[in-house]
Ligand binder design. Sequence first.
Ligand SMILES: [Zn+2]
Length: 320
Amino acid sequence: MPHPDPGPHVIEAGPLARADTLPGRSTLQGLSGGRWLRCNGCLSTLDRDVVTRNLNVCPECDYHFPMSPSERIALILDAGSFEERFATLAPCDSLQFTDRLSYRERLEEERERTGASEAAIVGEGLIRGTRVLFGLTDSRFLMGSMGSVVGEKLTRCVELATSLRLPLVLVTASSGARMHEGIFSLMQMAKVASALARHHAVGGLYISVMTNPTIGGASFAYLGDIILAEPRALIGFASPRIVAQLTGSPLPAGTQTSESFLERGLIDRIVHRRDLRELISDLLGYLSARHADERSHPLYSKESNFFDCEESIPNVLQEL
Ligand SMILES: [Zn+2]
């Protein structure tokens, strides 16, 4: 599908900009680089292999460690079904931003450290046989911040879902705006939100999955028809450290968690990582009209090939 020029802050950089393979480097940082890990939830010392086999979840307290893109894709999508799209997009350095390093040097450093080319990966894949557009943000790469390439990839992913009439699943792990790109970073929020609004207007389905952390500029995560979150994920407008700096006092403990957001009706369900694929699959099956007899259902939308369940999505979740 042809795409309009995204502007002077993004270039199609060609094969040099992409990692050779999907970044799979483990997100589990061992103590002194060794076999043992310290759990951030219960402070237990854990065997890295045990945690890895347990989907990067602490066997003592269920703390959910971060996942690399390849681990997340393997968790949710059918094996071998993911085909990455728009992998060669690369950011320009419009502001000539420099702190300890120039922005270009920092990007190179992040690519070397993580094996990823940017903080978002998008593409097509299958979830138990249902084709979806799938995207994620990678908190290892500049904290998953919303740079111009992240915004452009997500926008194209949404637009592809709309044009192909496919459901969209986005998994968020992001610190928010990318300071190195200034206003270009902030513009991405409006751009992705506009694409999601067009997807929504034609009845397209968008399932959002918030993971730890989902902060600030990851505003697209709040626009899902259905919003899921992993347990005890940090979710909020700004990180606790920034809030404390700006207001002079910390927020009450537990305020910026998925549990708090569920209690206040801002998300739909908290899902343990081991159940995530099954729930998403159930939702896709429940909401999509794949069989001819379902297309005579009064809530069936010809435009999207989905049931128009906006009014009843909480009921859908209750029934699953
Ligand atoms: Zn633990």
